[in-house]
Design a protein around this ligand. Structure first.
Ligand code: NOJ
Length: 555
């Protein structure tokens, strides 16, 4: 079947982190049967697609992003029969399923790597990227994303292998046509089971520039910037076009490529349908607005002016040149949006709804990460030893040992940015284990599940859940949200982010206050008597906006 329909343009995706969603066998780890248990809940929310983080066989060094067998379900999540049941049950609930495709790297426990490291003459050796050292040192100065060098030496072959992430995640050599064939085959294996697409992990890093030059070194860093030297490499488009020709074009599916370091211009090249590559990408520019001198681990707060500028640029550039946006505030790698962009105290509910409004009225395909629809907040664990994520661990170590940041300040940066903020178990109810497990959860719960949980949320018609349900319904009903032209309004306003969406039939005015106090605000005259589609306060005051208020007018 040709990839002709663009159903994903009208869809809303819900991301499930299976390890933390629902445990059904008491081992403290979420599983496939747990997802099946909650399909009614997801259908009620109204989403169209579920993206599942990796559930393949993995040593779990990076929570499943280190894959040792691409064609099998890890027993911790269940069996292939469970997965097939999930797929067919989800389809009965009108929910499509997309899987994570992690093919920039494998696990070092994958049989390919085991063979590759055994001998330079093994046919699998060239499945990975090996280099001789430079004067007895690493081949270049690149650092791995989780700390340390991006190169590890193997005695057995007297060479270094490249790993842009942890040393247990060796990068595949996409220059080798056999590697590409293997990848296309495993993609077909899952697509032939009937899945509806892929989220492709760091897929713009697959083509490395053959020069392997040193990367820029920031003042405080020891290692050079490897992503700068590998993102959007010389053959990236060629490889994706080949993948499209060999695999994607034969199925009616959706694809989203995770692409750090990608500009809107590049994103258009990846997503313009005429070029036959991917449907959309995840960009990171708005996620980078609160970094600090030591990178992501900082307590810095974003500036609203930057957020307006960045999101507006992506809206206008992609639509002007035939690309397509994905819209997200959070995922399994990012802190919780109410804490990061809103207010997780007094105005938690209002700001969660406001952020939902801002994102869901934009052009693109929105993604909701599990718990976002409850307005979940960041979690603060007492000790660094309570954290499970290797990036968090290594980040803390680097802050305290290399940059000599005081432990309490380092921990505050972890509170703000750790990936584990997103990975605490889904709170289904207010009980001690939150209804997530009967055993010991693999990671601590967010202790506020007595206040924020599904059971209570569903009883409260003013909850974030029902607000998201309404936002999704409005998107499904109003074509202007999919197709309308985006225009930023009142760019200089220091408190309010507002924009219009316009097509031949309708015009929407979206107003979102980021202030924690009342602000003066005159609705433009043309909208004064317009219908209010959705608002996060019961009473609208004509000449001001209440804290974190959001409104959508339609004429
Ligand atoms: C991006 C994934 O989202 C993240 O969780 C993972 O650690 C890296 N890619 C490496 O696979």
């Amino acid at each position: 079947m040709a990839q002709a329909t663009e159903w994903w343009k009208k869809s809303v995706v819900y991301q499930i982190y299976p390890k933390s969603f629902q445990d059904t066998n008491g081992d403290g780890i979420g599983d496939i049967n747990g997802i099946i248990e909650h399909l009614d809940y997801l259908e009620k929310l109204g989403v169209d697609v579920l993206w599942l983080n990796p559930m393949y066989v993995s040593p779990q060094v990076d929570n499943g992003y280190d894959i040792a067998n691409y064609r099998a379900i890890d027993p911790m999540f269940g069996t292939m029969e469970d997965f097939e049941k999930l797929l067919s049950e989800a389809h009965k609930h009108h929910l499509k399923i997309i899987l994570d495709l992690v093919v920039n790297h494998t696990s070092d426990q994958h049989p390919w790597f085991k063979a590759a490291e055994s001998s330079v003459d093994d046919p699998h050796h060239d499945y990975y990227i090996w280099k001789k050292g430079r004067n007895g040192q690493e081949p270049n100065n690149w650092g791995g994303s989780f700390g340390g060098s991006a190169w590890t030496y193997k005695e057995s072959v007297a060479e270094y292998y490249l790993h842009l992430f942890a040393k247990e995640q060796p990068d595949l050599n996409w220059e080798n046509p056999k590697v590409r064939e293997e990848v296309y085959d495993l993609m077909k294996f899952w697509l032939d089971k009937g899945i509806d697409g892929f989220r492709m992990d760091v897929i713009n890093l697959i083509s490395k520039n053959p020069a392997y030059l040193d990367g820029a070194v920031r003042e405080v860093e020891k290692y050079g910037d490897a992503h700068q030297m590998t993102a959007n490499g010389p053959r990236a488009h060629e490889f994706l076009q080949e993948m499209n020709r060999e695999v994607l074009s034969k199925y009616d599916i959706m694809t989203v490529g995770e692409m750090p370091r990608t500009s809107p211009e590049k994103a258009v090249e990846y997503t313009d349908p005429k070029r036959h590559e991917l449907d959309m990408i995840f960009q990171f520019e708005h996620m980078g607005l609160d970094g600090g001198p030591f990178g992501k681990f900082s307590e810095n707060r974003f500036k609203l002016s930057d957020l307006k500028q960045v999101l507006s640029k992506w809206q206008t550039e992609l639509s002007a040149h035939g690309g397509w946006n994905s819209l997200y505030w959070s995922n399994h790698d990012q802190p919780r949006p109410v804490t990061r962009f809103g207010n997780d105290g007094k105005y938690r509910v209002e700001s969660a709804k406001m952020l939902g409004t801002l994102l869901h009225m934009m052009q693109g395909t929105p993604y909701v990460f599990e718990g976002e629809e409850l307005g979940m907040t960041n979690a603060k664990f007492d000790s660094i030893n309570d954290y499970q994520d290797l990036e968090t661990f290594n980040g803390y170590k680097e802050l305290t040992e290399v940059h000599h940041v005081a432990p309490d300040a380092a921990l505050r940066a972890i509170y703000a940015k750790s990936r584990d903020n997103a990975r605490t178990p889904m709170p289904w109810n207010a009980s001690e284990k939150a209804g997530f497990t009967t055993g010991e959860p693999w990671i601590k719960l967010n202790p506020n599940n007595d206040e924020i949980n599904v059971e209570d949320t569903l009883k409260d018609f003013n909850s974030v859940f029902y607000f998201y349900q309404k936002l999704i319904k409005i998107r499904h009903e109003l074509p202007v949200i999919t197709d309308g032209v985006y225009q930023l309004v009142d760019a200089e306003n220091p408190d309010v982010f507002s924009y219009t969406r316009t097509d031949d039939d309708d015009q929407l005015l979206v107003i979102c206050s980021f202030a924690d106090h009342v602000v003066d605000y005159k609705v433009p005259t043309s909208f004064r008597d317009a219908e209010v589609l959705i608002d996060n306060y019961d009473q609208i005051e004509t000449d001001n906006l209440q804290p974190f208020e959001s409104r959508v007018y339609k004429i």
